[in-house]
Design a protein around this ligand. Structure first.
Ligand SMILES: [Zn+2]
Ligand SMILES: [Zn+2]
Length: 160
């Protein structure tokens, strides 16, 4: 996914992006996401500001029941491409790429943005019951007979 500096009109334009971003190995995934969407490109002459939100899709293992599932999330993007040699000291959270001409490879910056935006909780569905901590039964599929100290005591003594 590139930004061609030679073809950018002065002022604002849209850059359509679609592609795979490798995130590297991580427990439960995703190791890669497909990102799609468009960024607004603000051509300021010696620098280009890219901002917007991309949609990311990746395969993960549910954090509760370990079933494979698809994670969809938004990736806010703010990238500054600087064509001059000087760089402002403090760019805040903006990802900075320094390049004078040609095609700028955005994949490194998009990778960073996609990792930053990864949701902490990655589950197959919000109400996933997960696995029984004692016998490993997938509680979305069936109940097990394990006694759970924290279980609701109203059910005590009821015949199964
Ligand atoms: Zn689950
Ligand atoms: Zn159990």
């Amino acid at each position: 996914m590139n930004l061609d500096l030679e073809r950018q009109p002065v002022g604002r334009s849209q850059l359509e992006l679609a592609g795979k971003v490798d995130l590297g190995p991580r427990e439960g995934g995703p190791t890669a996401v497909e990102v799609t969407g468009s960024l607004e490109v603000d051509n300021l002459g010696s620098r280009f500001l890219l901002t917007g939100r991309l949609a990311a899709l990746g395969e993960v293992e549910c954090g509760r029941c370990l079933a494979p599932c698809v994670l969809a999330y938004d990736v806010p993007v703010e990238i500054m491409v600087i064509c001059s040699v000087e760089i402002d000291d403090d760019m805040g959270d903006t990802l900075v790429i320094q390049q004078r001409s040609g095609e700028v490879d955005l994949s490194g910056a998009l990778r960073e943005a996609a990792i930053l935006a990864l949701p902490q909780i990655r589950v197959c569905r919000p109400d996933c019951r997960g696995l029984c901590a004692q016998c490993g039964t997938n509680l979305n599929i069936k109940r097990c007979d394990c006694t759970d100290e924290a279980a609701d005591s109203r059910w005590d003594g009821l015949p199964e």
